[in-house]
Design a protein around this ligand. Structure first.
Ligand code: IMP
Ligand code: MG
Length: 178
C-alpha cells in the first residue's frame, strides 16, 4: 500500500467491475449513434481510458482542462478553461467523463458551456459522487459509486498532484492532509 494512504475504500477489482457495467449501459443507450467522450483533465484520464475500452460503439475522444477559482475546498463557482477542445461539438452527442462530482459546479458549468456551443446532446458520467457536498443541482446520467464526504486519492484523483496513479481509491493519511 502507498505510504500516503490511510485506508483503501474501493479496490481495483471493484473499480473495473463497475466501469464495465457503465460501459455496457452506455453501449446500449447510444446504440446506432456516434458518441464523443470529453475527458476532464487530469483526473478523468484514467477513468476515460478504461471506460472507453468497454464501450462497443464508434466513439471519438477529446479533452478539456478546467480550473475553479478559489481554494480547493471553497470553490467560488467560477470556472476557467485551461485547455480547450481540439474539435467542434456542433451537432455531436457528447458524454462528459469526469472523475468525481463534488459541489457540482464544474459539471454544471461544462454542461452549459457545451450546450451553448451547439452540441446535439450532453450527458455526464462521473465515476465517483459525493452527494453530501452538492451545492448546484446537476443531473449525472452515469454514476460509478457514491462515497461519503472524505478526501480521497487514486484512480486519477490527487492531493497536490500526488496519488493519481494508485490503482485503487483510498483515504489519505491524516498527517498528509494537514
Ligand atoms: P466540483 O466542481 O466541486 O464538483 O469539483 C469537482 C473536482 O474537485 C474534481 O474534478 C476533483 O478534481 C476535485 N475533487 C473533489 N473531491 C475530491 C477528492 O476527494 N479528492 C481529490 N479531488 C477531489
Ligand atoms: Mg478534476
Amino acid at each position: 500500500m502507498s505510504d500516503i494512504v490511510k485506508k483503501i475504500l474501493i479496490s481495483e477489482e471493484e473499480i473495473s467491475k463497475r466501469v464495465r457495467e457503465l460501459g455496457d449501459q452506455i453501449t446500449k443507450d447510444y446504440q446506432g449513434r456516434e458518441l464523443l467522450l470529453i475527458g476532464i483533465l487530469k483526473g478523468a484520464a484514467f477513468f476515460l481510458s478504461d471506460l472507453s475500452r468497454t464501450i462497443k460503439i464508434p466513439i471519438t475522444i477529446d479533452f478539456m482542462s478546467v480550473q475553479s477559482y478559489g481554494s480547493k475546498s471553497e470553490s467560488t463557482g467560477e470556472v476557467r478553461i485551461i485547455k480547450d477542445l481540439d474539435f467542434s461539438v456542433q451537432g455531436k452527442n457528447v458524454l462528459i467523463v469526469e472523475d468525481i462530482i463534488d459541489s457540482g459546479r464544474t459539471l454544471a458549468y461544462l454542461k452549459r458551456n457545451l450546450l451553448n456551443r451547439g452540441a446535439e446532446s450532453v450527458r455526464i458520467s462521473a465515476f465517483l459522487d459525493k452527494p453530501d457536498r452538492r451545492e448546484v443541482d446537476v443531473h449525472v446520467d452515469y454514476i460509478g459509486l457514491k462515497i461519503p464526504n472524505e478526501f480521497i486519492v487514486g484512480y486519477g484523483l490527487d492531493f497536490n498532484e500526488m496519488g493519481r496513479n494508485l490503482p485503487y481509491i483510498a483515504a489519505l493519511k491524516d498527517e498528509i492532509y494537514r
